[in-house]
Write a protein that binds this ligand. Sequence first.
Ligand SMILES: [Zn+2]
Length: 298
Amino acid sequence: MNYLIYFFLFLLGLSAGSFLNVVLFRYQPGASLFDLKKIGGRSRCPHCGQILSWRELIPLFSFFWQKGKCRHCQQKISWQYPLVEFLNGFIFLAVPIYLSFLYKIQGWQFFLSENRWFYGLILIWLLIFLIWILIAFIDKRYYLIPPELNWGIFILGSIIVLIQFFHQLPFPFQFSFLRHYALVFNFTSNIFFIHLIGALIGGLFFGLIYLLSQARAMGFGDVKLAFVSGWLFGWPDFGLALVLSFIIGGVWSLILIFLKKKSFKDKLPFAPFLILGMLLTFFLGYQILGFYFNLLSV
Ligand SMILES: [Zn+2]
């Protein structure tokens, strides 16, 4: 029974990925992200304009079946299509499995009323991951973050804070992906303060970089993203996400500079790194800190 549900979740993720691809490829900077006139309408090949049939629109399969080329004009199809589809399939499987492990909820008893908060939490985290994918790919391409996506994170983060407040799990598991390591770094056990501190640290830290670099190192969209992400994750989880994002961003820039694809003066979109840092904290924060403390104790 569970396997059927996982298979269904994976298919649901692939479809969500197709939808995100449509939103991503029809997005124009400055326009609304969910402009129905743009999102609606038949899918066409961006090169030859040919309207695509359903056989050319099956997530993942069409891309590999057609060997990454349009069937009409033989132009290459962007690797972003299968990547976004696969990422969504993976996320729709991994998020529910990971959260059921984290909160020790077994099986899929949808009608168990005491677990309703948990299914709500899964839904909210899936929406957050969808927003993360949109932000990462839009920032990578256009160097901007649509404000409605930051608002989305803020609202979903607030719902998570409320679920944590009303559904009391034993401290510190109720609020932290770092589990007992959170106790080493946190200042308070009040859920609202935990998230407020995260938001303030994120906003102030990125705000400072924004001001000191005179908006060269970061845009104001990054500052807002750091604020709402700090609110979503709370302290100390957001602290780990920040550290990881700067390590990944730093290493990646050095690789690009070494390969002579970028110079020190070039701008690099930061949101993809912050999102990668948050993704790692979400799934592996506890293991990463465990590894770090093991190194220290040797
Ligand atoms: Zn074509």
